[in-house]
Design a protein around this ligand. Sequence first.
Ligand code: CMX
Length: 135
Amino acid sequence: MAFGNIEHLGIAVMNLDEAVPRYEALMGAKCYKYEAVESEHVRTAFLMAGVNKIELLEATSAESAIAKHIEKRGEGLHHVAYAVVDIFSEMERLRGAGYRLLNDAPKHGADNKLICFVHPKYANGVLTELCQERG
Ligand code: CMX
């Protein structure tokens, strides 16, 4: 078992309606999807740079991890997400190796994914997401 490709990069933004046109102009690409993830208190927007996916995230409530992130660290890169084939066995592997997972079971994330986060302290300061296609 191993991580696959980087599935997406997550970028925390204050205001999605301002960030999307800025990123469209920056990347020369159109945002192809907006999606709210109520359980995570976020609104997201997706753009592609070649084969690479960029997820812009805006908090929809003060209790959102994105709101806390922006308050403490400002806007910017929030997480790196890796594609995995079997999130349950990857979580088991990481737990066994002593990594701190931020959820006990996979959660439903944006873009039809099952997701789990690894605490940034266990990845040299990078919040790391495991991401499995839900099919
Ligand atoms: N990247 C890197 N480091 C981060 C970070 C991030 N995104 N967010 C917090 N940290 C750092 C903090 O700066 C802090 O460092 P110091 O101790 O040096 O000050 C440390 O991690 C904080 O750890 P904490 O006190 O245990 O936790 P916080 O209350 O700051 O919460 C985190 C951070 C990652 C545990 C929390 O945001 C979380 O559980 N995230 C997972 C869920 C999530 O991010 N959801 C939103 C996205 C959903 C989606 O993609 O759909």
